[in-house]
Design a binder for this molecule. Structure first.
Ligand code: G4P
Length: 528
């Protein structure tokens, strides 16, 4: 197949949702359609149910054995689909933000009863800011939930999206009768007695036909006709360009658990979702069909087996083809590296691949060369943008609890930071090390992993910081900046890259500082 045809047939996306909305169930059903798995229950949930570290460890251990869950690839009607895993738990939001830099589109899952939830809001905001095309799937229609119009309103308001339904539910909960597929213009009836059967549906194509009245009853049929009239009156016609530009979001309804409405979603997705998109680097925009390979690391997965401390760096291919055993430039280190066993991911396994195309993800074994955001090329010095660090919200001093193991501690902390587990800061005034994280769970994770993977022990000490912000001075030589550095000396630190960071102890002090020093900018991400 031609290089450009390989690009055209790829769709790389992520499913985002608040925990419990049905992301894992939907993923599994998509894989079943692709024939990538043959039974339900094959996809491991990455859910942290109790919010406990032990849960996290268990998940990581399982993943260590089957890292394949990070990327699930399958073929459907000649299209190669790559699903990137995005943890729903809020403590791992940063992981998800970073994964979103590697997707070309997303599917947002919303629980029909709970509506738009907190995590969904945050993740959708990130996608919206980057104009990532989004399709919304309203799940659990087999349960009582919110009225469809009410929900569409809520999605528009809370998520600041402009929606247009491409399917519409007929009834809900116990009375759930099926879906009118606006996209394909047919009715799909939900008639499964057990409500668990796959594709136990009837199709009729004419909305006006009496057959509809016979099938769902006159009242429901009239109701549906009225509702669809309203849909056409209120919502814009679907427009693919608007969707691809992030200006319009189609909505589907269904029940992932019952495998209802999933095929419709998948068929539409395959036909409208974007092929690999161009990506901005610091110097230029790189197009997928450029001949030379470029790619970037968006995730590093540690091997949880202490005997093999190697890691797997996940590279998204942006342009060209990635070939096994060919030397590529590691731009940050300025040296060439060759990879003898790059992994491609499938639903239940990973395999060594000789060649991969734009949109694909390859996993490279790594002994500590990579950190998140690193770029690989065929020689061009180029750095991809868009993988910033975010302002952490939890802070603790980290102390060495075993003086004999200080080297191990240093190495462990260094590698964990490269993996993006947390951020390390060095206070300017006393050189003490501070760890900042997005979620509180990470502190335990770090402690556990330092001990089990590096043989090092650490303790923490509390530190009262509300937020860390990256400092940008208009003129670093100005009196204003000098004054800021003198007055705030106690609150200044450097991040791992040596960028200056201001630790505000409260929202109030951050505001006051901003007012006092108007020529200085305080950024909540490291990339500005
Ligand atoms: P997540 O990955 O987004 O966190 O959600 P997940 O798929 O694990 O689904 C959360 C719960 O919602 C699961 O139940 C799942 O079975 C259920 N669910 C998913 N889709 C539907 C649906 O269409 N209808 C109904 N009624 N339920 C749905 P659980 O009891 O938490 O887990 P499990 O023990 O059944 O796996």
């Amino acid at each position: 197949m031609k290089f450009t045809d390989e690009i055209k047939r790829r769709r790389t996306f992520g499913i985002i949702s608040h925990p419990d909305a049905g992301k894992t169930t939907l993923t599994e059903k998509l894989l079943l359609f692709g024939g990538a798995i043959h039974e339900a229950g094959a996809v491991k949930s990455n859910k942290i149910k109790k919010g406990a570290t032990s849960d996290f460890m268990e998940i990581e251990r399982q993943r260590g054995i089957s890292v394949a869950t990070s990327v699930l690839a399958f073929e459907y009607n000649g299209v190669k689909i790559n699903i990137l895993d995005t943890p729903g738990h809020k403590d791992f939001a940063e992981d998800t933000f970073r994964t979103l830099t590697a997707v070309d589109s997303v599917i947002v899952v919303i629980d029909v009863a709970k509506g738009v939830e907190e995590q969904t809001e945050k993740l959708v905001e990130v996608c919206r800011m980057r104009n990532i095309p989004m399709i919304v799937f309203v799940n659990k229609l087999d349960r009582e939930g919110k009225d469809a119009f009410e929900l569409l309103d809520e999605i528009e308001q809370k998520l600041k999206l402009s929606v247009t339904p491409l399917s519409f539910p007929i009834g809900m909960g116990y009375d759930f009768k099926g879906i009118y597929n606006i996209w394909e213009k047919n009715v799909n009836l939900f008639t499964g007695d057990s409500r668990k059967d796959i594709e136990d549906t009837v199709e009729i194509s004419d909305l006006a036909s009496e057959e509809l009245d016979k099938l769902i009853g006159e009242k429901a049929a009239d109701n549906l006709r009225d509702e669809l009239e309203l849909v056409h009156g209120v919502y814009p016609e679907f427009d693919k360009t608007a969707y691809l530009e992030g200006d319009l979001q189609p909505v589907f309804f269904g029940s992932a658990l019952n495998n209802f409405g999933v095929r419709e979603l998948l068929d539409c997705f395959v036909s409208i979702a974007p092929t690999p998109r161009p990506k901005d680097s610091e110097t230029r925009t790189v197009k997928p069909d450029e001949k030379e390979f470029t790619g970037f690391v968006f995730k590093i997965h540690a091997n949880m087996d202490p005997k093999h401390r190697d890691r797997l760096a996940f590279i998204k291919i942006v342009s060209g083809v990635f070939e096994r055993n060919k030397p590529y430039l590691h731009v940050r280190h300025g040296k060439n590296l060759k990879f003898s066993s790059p992994n491609a991911f499938f639903a239940e396994k990973k395999e060594v691949v000789d060649i991969s195309y734009p949109g694909d993800i390859v996993g490279l074994h790594d002994t500590g060369n990579f950190k998140i955001g690193d770029t690989l090329t065929e020689g061009e010095v180029l750095n991809y943008r868009g993988i910033p660090s975010f302002s952490p919200e939890h802070f603790r001093y980290i102390n060495n609890a075993d003086p004999m193991k200080s080297k191990q501690l240093e190495k462990g902390v260094d590698q964990l930071m490269d993996e993006g587990v947390a951020q390390l800061f060095t206070l300017e005034m006393n050189n003490r090390k501070v760890i900042g994280t997005v979620g509180a769970l990470q502190f335990e994770v770090i402690q556990y992993r330092l001990e089990h993977e590096y043989g090092a022990k650490c303790t923490y000490e509390n530190l009262n910081v509300y937020k860390a912000t990256w400092v940008e001075a208009k003129d670093p030589k100005s009196e204003e900046f000098k004054d800021f550095k003198r007055v705030k000396a106690k609150f200044l630190a450097k991040d791992k890259r040596g960028q200056l960071v201001f630790f505000a102890d409260s929202q109030f002090s951050l505001q006051m500082t901003q007012q006092k020093y108007p020529s200085i900018k305080f950024h909540s991400t490291s990339e500005f």
